[in-house]
Ligand binder design. Sequence first.
Ligand SMILES: Nc1ncnc2c1ncn2[C@@H]1O[C@H](COP(=O)(O)OP(=O)(O)OP(=O)(O)O)[C@@H](O)[C@H]1O
Length: 581
Amino acid sequence: MGYLRIYWKTYRVKFVFALFFLSLEALADLMQPALMSRIVDQGVGKADLPFIEQFGLLMLTITVIGAFCASARNVLSGSVSQRFAQDLRQDLYIKIQSFSQAQIDHFGNASLITRLTNDVTRVQTFANGMMRIMAKAPLVGIGSLIMAIHLNAKLSLVLLGIAPIIAVLIFLNMKISYPFFRNVQRALDRVNRSMQDYLAGVRVIKVFNRSAYEQKKFQLNNNELGELSAAASKIGSLFAPAINLAVNGGILAILWFGGLGVNSDSMQVGTIIAFTNYMMQLLFAIMMMNNAFNMLVRAKASAERIGQVMNDELDQRFQTGSLELCAPEKKGAVQFRHVTFSYQKPEGQDPVLKDINFDLDSGETLGIIGPIGSGKSTLTQLILRFYDPDKGTIVFNGNDIKRYSEGELRKRVAIVPQRTFLFSGSVIGNIRWGNEQASDEEVYEAARIADADGFIRRLSHGYDSMIGQGGVNLSGGQKQRISIARALIRKPDLLILDDATSAVDVRTDKLIRSRLKQALNQLTCIIISQKAASIKDADKIIVMNHGAIEAIGTHKELLSFSAFYRGIYSMQMERGGIQND
Ligand SMILES: Nc1ncnc2c1ncn2[C@@H]1O[C@H](COP(=O)(O)OP(=O)(O)OP(=O)(O)O)[C@@H](O)[C@H]1O
């Protein structure tokens, strides 16, 4: 949990001030019974009114000081804990942003969200509690003990009897409940994941009429969370009364021995009242400490989960600084040399990509086709360094991709992924998201090439029409075309279209391709498609099969020598999926 040190350094002064006010407040609490004992024994006992007035005023002054200190530490603790949580969340977010796709896959989206929200809140609650009550508990506890011994050393022996019992109870409480709190957070991850799955797949769930099934899945996770939380708090609720019982037993013993002392005139009533008052404060302090330990175990479980993210070594290193630009004839060019890759590490399973070798020259269009799951998308994701290959090298623009900074590489390569993603906001905002500096004219031109301009202008507010979260109010084909425009506006050296026209009809698909060719004839392009028609005009076509390159060549060449390609092509011809163009 070393990562927390930086926040301690930032906020330690305010933290110490909060503790200072808290200590004064505790001191004020501790003085009250002693003053009261004197008022009872010396003032009331001897009917000394001026003494009562003088000490009464002193008690009032101390109470006012205590109240002022309580307000000051409340203000400080509130601001410190809020800012600390704000900083921690921000740093966690930045850390997650720096993660490779493999690291995000490893933690899972839902778990990262829980860590960023619920886990941070738990640590914040603990930090706040530390400044509000927790640090007060040991102060009041030890102070009460000292004051009690000072009042009557013999009577204080009772405390020695119950102290070890209470210590053992608190220790057991912590030890038993810690694993439960860790499991509660994991169960919360699962609840969040089912909610995320539902929201992401709501249309499919409704179409397949699987709402009841999904509800059951959520219920299972929710029940598990409920049961684990109940079990965790049950442990706390078993130990709290046991501790209470031990302290109340102590008070009873004091009243018993004190009663005997008053009878034998060796003790005064005021002393007994003050002593039991200190015992009550001690009880309160112990209960607070028990609560504090409960909060500590929860916060520890959460802090560890946050620490796993904060301390996770980045598995990808990007260069900093910019790389000299390549020769113009290499712009957009890509070379794969003996590239092998598997998602599951360490390797043991059949790699997803096996010994991939190919050259894509500047200005060329490369088509990639192959059965589902043959590794087409993975291949292009390696160019963007979403993942790094296990073996081999990838050269882009004449340089090994590992020599680029993250920003530089991703500025030069634009991808339109299989699953389009649009943000809530205006259409123009979504397209300009690809390049904030783009003028309106450039936006319209990109949309025109992507065959999006026409339908956008027909929307109720044209380019200013609002898109719902994830593009809910647009059709699949419309979303794809806006995504293509967003990628084009970046003016990349290499454009990757990963099945980016799967939702548009054959005519539009052809129109987009021909406009791309006309408008950007120097643009190097990779088109992944299930449809042979979308890639048949490419300068080169790679046919993927089971993670390996089955064949590579032009459409004509492949028809002549690749039975596999011929198979795909003739099957689509029979289905009428390819129109002669
Ligand atoms: N994030 C991931 N983690 C683990 N395995 C993955 C991941 N993404 C893809 N795979 C696996 O890698 C293999 C190749 O997937 P990839 O998406 O590259 O195939 P594809 O040819 O693009 O398929 P499709 O035509 O359906 O898009 C598949 O077996 C898939 O299950």
